[in-house]
Design a protein around this ligand. Sequence first.
Ligand code: GDD
Ligand code: MG
Length: 395
Amino acid sequence: MRIEIPRECERIGSLQIYGLQKVYELDGGEGPHEHDSVIERIPSEVLYDRMREMAIVVPVKNERLKLIEGVLVGIPSPCQVIVVSNSPRGPVDRFNLEKEALENYAKFTGKKILVVHQKDPGLAKAFVEAGYSELLDETGIVRSGKAEGMIVGTLLAKWLGKKYLGFVDSDNYFPGAVLEYVHEYAAGFAMNNTSNTFVRISWHSKPKIMESSIFFAKWGRSSVNSNMMLNRLLTHFSGFETEIVKTGNAGEHALTVDLALKLEYAAGYAVETHHFVNLLEKYGGLLASEDDEEVSEKVTICQIESRNPHMHESKGEDHVEDMIDASLSVIYHSDLCPELLRREIMENVRSRRGDESPKEIAPVKMYPSLSKIDMDTFLSCCDEALNFNLASVRT
Ligand code: GDD
Ligand code: MG
């Protein structure tokens, strides 16, 4: 892969946010890892070295089997795949269909695939015993939600001893785009060899049909809103207007397992925006911190612009509005958010929601950092639960 080095960087405390980096060549060939003044060439061997240490988590809820299979087709074979499903178990057992389809697919490819159901009682037990029952609902099983599935996937990546962790949605129509995202995750880790690296993808375009012609939109509504407000937040602290944030709510992202275990998680679809906010809260040196050592750790956010168009299932207007609200809520309710920005967020809500808008945007449920988990207990519960209860473990 050939990628430009970051042109811009915003530094806030020990957090550095790199500007968007363009990909110049998807396959940069073999040979040495080298760079000239503006382009870094990361040879395929180096990318594969990173992929061998990477788990790709695929969250699934009620997606078409053909789409899920297409996503797996795109994930390079050195990666360990972890499918975390929250599809219904009845009246039709959708999860069972997924498992059968994936087991069959694994037979043909030899791919390493672990398939779990988010609501598996064995997982719930592991969370209780390891002291993280926040994730469970009143009936004692893991709550629904994309973030909740991501937490499960993160801990399973740790269970499997992986160093890097990437996420790809299961409703992507283009296997080639998935292949590209994973290469970009690996490139991000190769370019930033630290234990706290976060790689976030900004899609080059999203094809849409407009008046019977194809149109390649650059920004989705959800990302426009979250990027704008995150940039305003940064501007407030630096005093210089910035547009550096392009991946505020990027569903396609990867991070070191070390970093994933330090961050807080916001429920559902607020998770990605909250990761950005939480990095600022923890490493920006802007709030009084309980942990000086943590504040001094360097963290890098690297944003890469992918080349393939991104096309996924359309889930409707209400879903997009809810997602925007969830993203804005985590900024609004952060201790970092200045009064002026809170007012701006509420104006944004009113302009989209009109008479339905609340007086104050509702807070989103937060899950504490995974550092609070008793990891040894969790991992040994996984050994028991996953090796015996769940049908599909292939590592
Ligand atoms: N395990 C699990 N549990 N997976 C879930 C759940 C759940 O409760 N709910 C949704 N998913 C899966 C979906 O099947 C899909 O693969 C993925 O999570 C993303 O859900 P979508 O409903 O397709 O979200 P989206 O496409 O509107 O939004 C995506 O892009 C946004 C950025 O534009 C998501 O990745 C957002 O998180 C992201 O902010
Ligand atoms: Mg989607």
